[in-house]
Design a binder for this molecule. Structure first.
Ligand SMILES: Cc1cc2nc3c(=O)[nH]c(=O)nc-3n(C[C@H](O)[C@H](O)[C@H](O)COP(=O)(O)O)c2cc1C
Length: 333
């Protein structure tokens, strides 16, 4: 998720949750092939065989409307070791849509097909190419055509965010529409939208009739949700354990060094002239932390909400650490 699940957030979430894979924020492609550093910046895990420190594969998502440029960028990032390439046909943001990228492409299924086909052709066969779509722009009239085009173009799977662009992020998500797509295509389908609890996951799977789920905001607000869904069990993450994870997150944003590399990767890095991993400034890290804490208030209202009210006005990492630690010692027993 753009502006949310960056390298640091992926690190912490994949330590807590057992994901099959995760996806980078989108990388926007316009009229040129990005310099290598853009890909390493968006996906520093490329330094480490395309996996987070916990070993979860990271797929690289591209967004754009120019099939040739998308194909060339995809080929480049595949060469750098991307585990899979995902194509974004769901972003509703004005700046993106005004340039013809993201969800607006769903009005022109032939273009969606051409993009997926061009990217598929440009990337080695062992690197999966997938797509993520919404149900449409204003309505679902071209939903099946888009899904069938994506399948015909050779995508390995399709993730469906069960809302139109006009629905933006307003609940509900229309999982039943995914069942209609299920009936019309054979490729694996992943259902996405409004999964916040294990019960949501259950109902979504039943209604959408698809084999896999993608978690968006629910993954960030309840980092143990994925494990509960997988194990068909209750949510178990304790606040003290989550406080530890939040401290690790603060530390990771500030102190991350690039991981040790194999000789081959080191050579690749030198050729690419890459020297550092992204690292937030203190105010940037404070902002990112507050954003996460705001989302945790949904999953952990009793503990995260009081902390959020305290942290709101704090501007230093030391101040945040102090309040965070105090929130554990304040727990009775
Ligand atoms: C802040 C934010 C940024 C997002 N950025 C992306 C993105 O870069 N790529 C993408 O495929 N989806 C992106 N999404 C959409 C989510 O991946 C997901 O499809 C959507 O939030 C619905 O799922 P949810 O209800 O589980 O959150 C973003 C959503 C949010 C809220």
């Amino acid at each position: 998720m753009e502006g949310l699940t960056d390298f640091h957030m992926r690190d912490v979430l994949t330590r807590l949750g057992r994901y099959d894979w995760c996806v980078t924020e989108f990388i926007r492609v316009t009229d040129r092939v990005h310099p290598t550093r853009v890909f390493f910046h968006a996906c520093p895990e490329l330094y480490a065989d395309g996996c987070t420190a916990a070993g979860t594969p990271v797929h690289v998502q591209l967004l754009g409307s120019d099939a040739v440029m998308l194909a060339e960028n995809a080929a480049r990032v595949a060469e750098l070791g991307a585990r899979a390439i995902d194509l974004n046909f769901g972003c509703p943001a004005k700046t993106v849509n005004n340039h013809g990228g993201g969800a607006v492409l769903l009005e022109t299924p032939e273009q969606v097909h051409a993009i997926v086909a061009a990217v598929r052709r440009s990337v080695p066969a062992n690197v999966p190419v997938s797509a993520k779509m919404r149900l449409g722009v204003k309505d679902r009239s071209r939903m099946i055509e888009n899904a069938q085009g994506i399948e015909a173009a050779g995508a390995s799977w399709l993730t469906v965010h069960a809302r139109t662009k006009e629905d933006a992020y307003r609940p509900p998500a229309h999982w039943e529409a995914i069942a209609q797509i299920r009936a019309a295509v054979r490729l694996p389908l992943i259902a996405n939208g409004e999964i916040w609890t294990p019960d949501d996951a259950h109902r979504c799977r039943e209604v959408a009739q698809c084999e896999a789920l993608m978690l968006g905001r629910g993954a960030v607000s309840r980092p143990d949700l994925v494990n509960a869904i997988r194990d068909d069990a209750d949510l178990t993450l304790s606040w003290p354990r989550l406080v530890q994870a939040q401290s690790d997150f603060l530390q990771h944003m500030q102190a991350v060094q690039r991981p040790p590399l194999s000789d081959a990767d080191e050579a690749l890095m030198r050729r690419a002239n890459v020297i550092e991993s992204p690292r937030w400034t203190e105010s940037g890290a404070v902002g990112r932390y507050k954003q996460w804490l705001a989302m945790l208030t949904r999953g952990f209202p009793d503990d995260a909400l009081p902390l959020f009210h305290q942290v709101k006005r704090v501007r230093t990492l030391a101040g945040i650490r102090e309040l965070l630690n105090a929130s554990v010692t304040a727990i009775p027993g």
